[in-house]
Design a protein. Sequence first.
Length: 158
Amino acid sequence: MPKDKFDEYVENLQNNIHKEETREYNEHIVSLYHDPKNWGKPPEDEITISKTYEGPCGDTMSFYLKIKDNIIERANFLTDGCGASVAAGCQTTLLIENKSVDDAEKLEPEDIDAALNGLPEDHKHCAELAIRTLKRAIDEYKLLLCLKAEEKEKTFRS
Ligand code: FES
């Protein structure tokens, strides 16, 4: 079907939006924002631990981790934050999948920023939101392990 004026208008508009976005951010961030891998809450039986955290900017992020033998087999996320937070959450899940919990815990906001080829100065805190949420999820996972160990000990003694 030949392009009509409306199709051309929409195409131009999309191109201009893309140009504007990549000028403000970069190609990598824009592509993760438009096609965020690992977005969404997986089925309950695919979640070992989940955590939602509200950052100082008022936006929230949630992480859903499936962990087996201390390895993060699957990582998903959700956020109601800005485009940069979508890219930061997504990049974090990509970096921690198939890594040990201990390695994931060592990640810092600067690592996410570097993997994203640099967030704009006024959006550096979006990587902070992703890492704070991840660290809280890992803390919760460790607590869960302790509780399970205590439970086992009690059963063993009784
Ligand atoms: Fe709040 Fe980006 S502005 S996470």
